[in-house]
Design a binder for this molecule. Structure first.
Ligand code: AHM
Ligand code: MG
Length: 334
C-alpha cells in the first residue's frame, strides 16, 4: 500500500535553521534574532486577540515621541519586543518608533558580529478599537562598529538592511520576511503556537488597477499625485485603504497595486517613518519584484537618513503602477 503524498510542513524555526545550514560561515546570531522576533509576534498576537477581554484597548493618555496618542497596546507591544530582543547577545542596539532614543544594549568593538534591530511595534494601532488589522514591522542592520557615536550605527540607508519583515495581526496572523534572498510567508497556527511556512519566493503582480491612499487628504497632495488619482479614476481603478500600512501593503504584495503616502499640508514630508516603516517595506517589495520610491528616480532604500525618526513620502507596489505615479509626478507642475 502506498502512502498518500504529504506536503512538507516547515515551521519558521526549522526554516531559519535550514537557511543557516546553507551558509557554512553563518554564526547563528541572525537566526537567534529572527527567533526572538517570532516569539514577540506570538506574544503580541495573543494580546491583540484578547484585547477586548483584557481591557487593554484605548489610549494611555500620553503622546509618543511623534506627538501621537499612544494606545495601551503600543506600549505593551514595545515592551515585549524590547524584552525579547534585549536578551539576545547578538543585538547591539534596538530602536523603536515609540522611544525617543535608540537603546544601546551592548557596545564592545571587538568580538562577535552584532546587529541593530529597528521596529514599529504596533503599526496602525488606532485600528484596534474597531477590530481592524494592525501589524509589527522590523528592520535589521549590521552594527557598524566604526561609527563614532554608537547610536549613529542605526543611521544607515535601507539598502544595507540585512533582513526586514512584518507581522500582520488580521483574520489570521501572518509573518512575511526577507533576508535578502526573496520573500517568505508564514502563518501562525494558533492550535500549536507555531508559524508554518506557506510560501517562498513571493512575487508581487506587475500591475493591478488598485490604489491605496488616504483620499481625505487629496486636496493638499502635490499636483502630480492629484493628476495620478484623476488618471486612475478615469481608468476605472479601485481604491482600498485600511489605514494600517501593514494591512494595505500585505494586500498589495499578494494582489498588486500601489500604496501612497504623499506629502500633505499637515505632514510636508509625508507621515510614514523612513527607518521603521518605509525601509523594511521597500526591501520586502523590491525583493518580491516590485518598486519603492520616495520621489521620481529616488529609491527609498537609497535615502540617507539623518534622523532616526525622520519621515519620507512613499510610493510602493507593483513596478508598473509605481512607474505610472512617477510619470505623473514628473509632468509639469509635478
Ligand atoms: P502609526 O505608526 O502611528 O500607527 O501610523 C502609521 C499608520 C500607517 O499604518 C498608515 O498607513 C497610516 O498611519 C495611516 O495614516 P492616516 O490615518 O493619516 O491615513
Ligand atoms: Mg507605524
Amino acid at each position: 500500500m502506498s502512502l498518500p503524498e504529504i506536503r512538507e510542513i516547515t515551521t519558521l524555526q526549522a526554516h531559519i535553521l535550514k537557511q543557516e545550514q546553507r551558509h557554512p560561515g553563518a554564526t547563528g546570531t541572525l537566526s537567534w534574532i529572527l527567533s526572538a522576533l517570532s516569539i514577540s509576534a506570538k506574544m503580541i498576537a495573543a494580546q491583540v486577540r484578547r484585547a477586548r477581554l483584557e481591557d487593554v484597548l484605548g489610549t494611555v493618555g500620553q503622546e509618543n515621541v511623534q506627538g501621537e496618542q499612544q494606545q495601551k497596546l503600543d506600549v505593551i507591544a514595545n515592551e515585549i519586543l524590547l524584552r525579547t530582543l534585549g536578551s539576545r547577545e547578538g543585538v547591539a542596539i534596538v530602536a523603536s518608533e515609540e522611544n525617543e532614543q535608540p537603546v544601546i544594549l551592548r557596545d564592545d568593538r571587538q568580538g562577535e558580529r552584532r546587529y541593530c534591530v529597528l521596529f514599529d511595534p504596533l503599526d496602525g494601532s488606532s485600528n484596534l478599537d474597531v477590530c481592524g488589522g494592525v501589524g509589527t514591522i522590523f528592520s535589521i542592520l549590521r552594527h557598524d562598529r566604526r561609527s563614532e557615536h554608537t547610536e549613529d550605527s542605526v543611521l544607515q540607508p535601507g539598502r544595507q538592511q540585512v533582513a526586514a519583515g512584518y507581522v500582520l495581526y488580521g483574520s489570521s496572523t501572518v509573518l512575511v520576511m526577507t533576508v535578502g534572498r526573496g520573500v517568505d510567508m508564514f502563518v501562525l497556527d494558533p492550535a500549536i503556537g507555531a508559524f508554518i511556512h506557506v510560501a517562498s519566493r513571493l512575487r508581487i503582480p506587475e500591475r493591478n488597477a488598485h490604489y491605496s491612499v488616504n483620499e481625505g487628504n487629496r486636496l493638499s497632495f502635490p499636483a502630480g499625485y492629484q493628476r495620478y488619482l484623476h488618471w486612475a479614476q478615469e481608468q476605472g481603478y479601485s481604491s482600498r485603504y485600511a489605514g494600517a500600512m501593514v494591512a494595505d501593503l500585505h494586500r498589495i504584495l499578494l494582489k498588486g497595486g500601489v500604496f501612497l503616502y504623499p506629502p500633505t499640508a499637515k505632514a510636508p514630508e509625508g507621515k510614514l517613518r523612513l527607518m521603521y516603516e518605509a525601509n523594511p517595506m521597500a526591501m520586502l517589495i523590491e525583493q518580491a519584484g516590485g518598486a519603492a520610491i520616495c520621489a521620481p528616480g529616488e529609491r527609498i532604500l537609497d535615502r540617507q537618513p539623518d534622523d532616526i525618526h525622520q519621515r519620507v513620502p512613499v510610493i510602493i507596489g507593483s513596478a508598473e503602477e509605481v512607474a505610472r505615479v512617477s510619470d505623473c509626478l514628473q509632468t509639469e507642475d509635478g
